[in-house]
Design a protein around this ligand. Structure first.
Ligand code: GLC
Length: 646
């Protein structure tokens, strides 16, 4: 909506900030004018009651101008290129990898020499796990940040990060880093001042004099780390108060009812934008607003805050997309793409945690019906938003998809999850998978799962028992799981180490800063001698790596896999097989996956009834040509085989 008063105000600020007549400056102003009415409406809705509301609003506007003024020419040019492409992150050319800089390459400087390896694989989008200052031993893998602007010396310097960003940009690669929006480390200067008794800084967090409110809130707040950090509040002896700590006791939740907190954190968002970040991963966005009597997750005002951030970054750092790391129930994940008139004005990208989890479900049971049931929800993703698709990441695997999906497939939710936990969690001794239960809740027996891709797919046990057939089966499973993530729609995000078949690493148990968190079993320290084996034909590393390399090449050659709401799930009439059709501009490709350990078959009927199909098709994966039979003829699958049929 055009708001004349605010527009005139912005024009005044444009003079103050000496905006020129350049196309870029004019575009900035146009975007600002287009968004200002909504920016004000949301800011007012959340902070309108504050006595200093107008001052804070003015600060918000000025910070947007400052960010634009400070944005480099190179980044402004890149913004323009991205704007020309439209939704640039929907492209089939993107291929991501998430990695810990220290565990992968030693430090940021070391990353440079590893880019060739990544490019050889086909990766062009890097998610660097948190690199800002974080106290060793109380770091949650970097997600307890004590300084949002200072690269932790373990990784190098701020300059090293800037150099890496420039190198990536020159190589046409993309950079993603995190903003840990929900909390800070208790070593952050705000937390230190709060501990020392400053009321102003205690208000940056949720501080309580006694257990009265914490006890009431604990009633409805699910525990995130029930084993290592039970409850959601921690006693702070220095201040003789209780702080809200939803994650670990050393991660203090920020209080977004305080406009100062919002403005400080928005300024950090802008700072990352001006560092040249292409995609900003907003860590744990589901948690940023809290209200008594609720789970304190996915609340409407959490969405409003994200929309506000989005509207501001659309103006100030337009080339930077936002990824909302909301690992919540399927229907709730969907809301992070924005709802109503905010569709495409909240997060551009979200993790397809549901698809990831149902993949593991199908692999354990050999039954794909839950995966199919989940698509009813997943298909609702709006055009313009996209997924991170993945089989593994640095976190655990949650089994948080809905009970109705399990019931629709004919299973009992409690027993079904029990089966999965036994299968992957190191309990069922004859399971091929080697993993562990994570965050077991003693009250509810809920649990999530840890373990590396390779170990969960059976490689660890197969190698230990020197069973060549089992080794090959696990490679087939790894490849099929990765293939599905590659083609299902979204930006595939590999997890470092998985490309070279790393199995679980149990050395974390010797490190007291990590031993309480078994997610470290699947966060390997890269041994480049092992990775060199990706070039030794016949090695396991080589088989996994070269399959992945081939899949990535195939993905990049297929425009139909760009994420344009161009997917149709097939009814294949075989519970072990799942498939979808991807289509674009008259081109059609069918992707079919056998999740079972047995040979399977489906009739050609599933490719389109009554003969509306080609007589021969090429399997782009194996290179073989397939004669397509009559409706009742069969396409045969070996265990864990998949087809890419064109
Ligand atoms: C996110 C991260 C996870 C971390 C949590 C708290 O979920 O992925 O690793 O523990 O946020 O910051």
């Amino acid at each position: 909506m055009y708001n004349i008063t605010l527009t005139q105000h912005l024009q005044g600020l444009a003079k103050k900030f000496k905006l020129g007549k350049t196309v870029n400056d004019q575009q900035f102003l146009t975007h600002f004018i287009a968004n200002i009415d909504e920016i004000q409406a949301i800011f007012h809705m959340i902070y309108g009651q504050h006595p200093n509301y107008s001052t804070f609003f003015e600060q918000l506007l000025e910070s947007i101008f400052e960010t634009h003024a400070a944005r480099s020419k190179a980044l402004k040019e890149r913004d323009e290129e991205k704007a020309k492409q439209g939704f640039w992150y929907l492209s089939n050319q993107l291929m991501g990898m998430s990695l810990y800089v220290d565990r992968f390459a030693g430090n940021l400087k070391g990353m440079s020499s590893k880019l060739d390896y990544l490019q050889k694989l086909g990766v062009n989008y890097l998610h660097l796990m948190p690199i800002f200052e974080s106290p060793e031993g109380e770091s949650d893998g970097g997600y307890a940040v004590s300084d949002f602007r200072k690269v932790d010396k373990r990784f190098g310097s701020n300059k090293d990060l800037i150099d890496l960003q420039k190198e990536l940009q020159a190589k046409n690669m993309y950079l993603m880093i995190d903003i840990v929006l929900n909390h800070t480390s208790h070593h952050h200067e705000w937390a230190k001042k709060a501990k020392a008794g400053s009321k102003e800084y205690q208000d940056y967090f949720y501080f309580y004099d006694d257990r009265k409110i914490p006890d009431q809130m604990d009633e409805t707040m699910p525990e995130i780390f029930p084993e290592s950090s039970p409850g959601s509040f921690t006693y702070i002896p220095e201040a003789d108060k209780w702080a809200m700590t939803v994650f670990h006791h050393y991660q203090w939740d920020l209080n977004y009812t305080n406009p100062k907190v919002f403005l400080e954190m928005l300024s950090n968002v802008f700072h990352y934008g001006n560092l040249g970040v292409d995609v900003l991963r907003i860590d744990a966005p589901a948690f940023i607003w809290k209200e008594m009597g609720t789970t304190c997750q996915n609340l409407p005002k959490a969405h409003k805050l994200l929309q506000l951030i989005k509207l501001c970054t659309e103006v100030a750092t337009p080339g930077m997309a936002l990824l909302g790391e909301a690992i919540v129930a399927p229907a709730q994940i969907m809301e992070y793409f924005g709802t109503g008139r905010f569709v495409n004005h909240e997060c551009d990208v979200a993790y397809n945690a549901t698809q990831m989890a149902v993949q593991w479900d199908a692999l354990a049971t050999g039954d794909t019906r839950i995966m199919l049931a989940a698509q009813q929800e997943l298909q609702k993703k709006p055009l313009g938003g996209t997924w991170i698709t993945y089989t593994r990441c640095h976190d655990d695997i949650g089994l948080g998809y809905d009970d109705y999906m399990i019931e629709q497939a004919g299973f009992t939710p409690y027993l079904h999850r029990h089966y999965l936990k036994n299968y992957y969690g190191g309990i069922q001794t004859d399971s091929p998978a080697a993993g562990a239960l994570f965050a077991v809740n003693p009250k509810t027996q809920d649990a999530r799962l840890s373990g590396s891709l390779a170990s969960l797919c059976g490689l660890e046990k197969a190698i230990a028992s020197k069973n060549a057939t089992a080794i090959q089966t696990s490679i087939d499973k790894i490849t099929m799981m990765q293939a599905q993530s590659m083609f299902v729609g979204g930006v595939p995000m590999l997890f470092y180490g998985d490309e070279a078949a790393y199995t679980n690493d149990y050395t974390y148990l010797q490190d007291p800063g990590k031993s309480y968190d078994n997610r470290w079993m699947h966060r390997p320290i890269i041994d480049w001698k092992k990775n060199a084996a990706v070039d030794s034909p016949k090695s396991v590393e080589n088989k996994v790596f070269s399959n992945l390399q081939k899949l990535i090449k195939l993905r990049k050659s297929l425009k139909v896999v760009a994420d344009l709401k161009n997917i149709h799930w097939l009814e294949v009439h075989n519970n072990s097989i799942i498939g979808f059709e991807r289509y674009l501009n008259g081109e059609k490709v069918y992707f079919l996956f056998n999740f079972s350990a047995e040979p399977q078959e489906v009739t050609y009927y599933m490719l389109g009834a009554y003969g509306e199909r080609a007589t021969t098709m090429k399997d782009l994966w194996s290179g073989k040509t397939i004669q397509i039979g009559m409706d009742h003829d069969h396409l045969a699958f070996a265990p864990y085989q998949f087809y890419v049929l064109k």
